[in-house]
Design a protein around this ligand. Sequence first.
Ligand code: T4K
Length: 373
Amino acid sequence: MSDVPPSGPLYVTRPDLPSLDEFIPYLREIWRSKILTNGGPFHQKFEEELSKYLGVRYIALFTNATIGLVTALQALRITGEVITTPYSFVATAHSLIWNGIKPVFVDVDPVTFNLDPAKIEAAITPQTTAIMPVHCYGHPCDVDRIQAIADTYGLKVIYDAAHAFGVKCHCGSVLTHGDLSVLSFHATKVFTTFEGGAIICGNDKIRQRINYLKNFGFADEVTVVAPGINGKMSEFNAALGLLQLKGVDRALARRQAIDARYRTLLAQVRGLRCLLPTGETVSNHAYFPILVQPDYPLSRDDLYDKFRGRNVLVRRYFYPLISEFPMYRGLPSAASSNLPNASRLSRQVLCLPIYPALTDDEVDRVVDILLTE
Ligand code: T4K
């Protein structure tokens, strides 16, 4: 490995933006039309193009994924208890609390980091109405087993698909599974509109309800059919999304190359484990998590400090677990004895930089830090 001198900071992720020159004509159009929001022409076109690109039936654009999750739960009238994962970003469980729903945490699979289907049934009670799994790091959940459980017990399934833009499983887009899936287009995501998100839906009636709910519940100028919220994506974000679609395949290909380079360089390092490749599925390489195991010379947190000391801003996604935050830790399902895999992974994980602009030399610089004392 070459002795690469430290340069500027390396972030865990960086947005992949089109050139400003390419965006200017879109801005001119917004300035000309003066249509800024409320389902304008860019919004409509972006929904159409995005549905085609992702291979899904209906899309409802949102201001962000968190409001998307809150609205998805409202759209399906979910109440009572919802089974979910503790190994995620807090927004997953917060969306339940915002709807007055009790999260019930179930442990994750130690290989996929996703909700373990084998442990779901034991957590179902008469109050359970839905399952909210997360395709963590863009890795598809075991969608068939989760659906079978949902069918047996009459539960809805809402996927937090914040990480899963463009991900395909054994039967096409992973976003077509469950009743609804929710994407995030935040600045840190594979595909960004600065802030943004979307609900993916296969049912026309539910789509209609989602569209009412994201617009205060208005069905027309004088009719309010539900206590909706303001979840509408602006024309600015939608126009950016349209432009971003043009470059997304190139960005995904570069992410794949970085992922492959890390895997090759880290294959023989004692004490480090990479998340398994997704096999027959198509990944989006949204994150590059490694597990720092006991036989690595440094603890995960010492390694984190070492990276930070060298200006590489790695992140511990997801530490602490959601179930460890004050508003959740009193729940019986939040006990660490109930979540041994999630607890262990959360204390071993470190997400390395991965984004299209990351050069091979920069990947080598990251790997050097892992290899040298
Ligand atoms: N469900 C799941 C499973 C999620 O992971 C998320 C969000 C959601 C739901 C909710 O989605 P949204 O409502 O946000 O659409 C970030 C993001 O804020 C959050 O969207 C994301 N997950 C979460 C995993 O990460 P932070 O606090 O780690 O981000 P921050 O500001 O520290 O940024 C990380 C790095 O990214 C920075 O070091 C540099 C780079 N960055 C960040 C921003 C904001 C940029 O280069 N440019 C930027 O504008 O939360």
